[in-house]
Design a protein around this ligand. Structure first.
Ligand SMILES: [Zn+2]
Length: 104
């Protein structure tokens, strides 16, 4: 058996290992708004796993659905304006789990 067939985290053979599933279930998305310089409000979405989510496409969708500007970087999306109440709705509509989205 080659070393690649054993999970490095739990030491079990890959076919028995559930480490990746667990980490997916534990992936929490945080949504909050904050004030930037000059009183500009932005909405931050954090905790997205770029291996599972195409961050660029998701940002594009959110921007068009919420009619705002925004950027994405390193698993984090920043939208212009306060959209935290609607962001959850939109994400759930896109297939994200409602229980995993924390709006702060
Ligand atoms: Zn494992």
């Amino acid at each position: 058996m080659s070393a690649q067939e054993i999970c490095k985290v739990c030491g079990l053979p890959k076919e028995l290992c559930v480490c990746q599933e667990i980490s997916r279930e534990q992936q929490r998305i945080s949504v909050y708004s904050m004030k930037r310089k000059f009183g500009k409000v932005v909405t931050i979405i954090e905790g997205l796993d770029e291996k599972q989510v195409n961050l660029k496409d998701l940002t594009k969708d959110l921007k068009s659905k919420l009619a705002c500007g925004g950027t994405s970087k390193e698993g984090r999306i920043e939208l212009q304006g306060d959209h935290k109440t609607r962001v959850k709705e939109v994400l759930v509509g896109m297939g994200f789990s409602q229980d995993m989205i924390d709006v702060r």
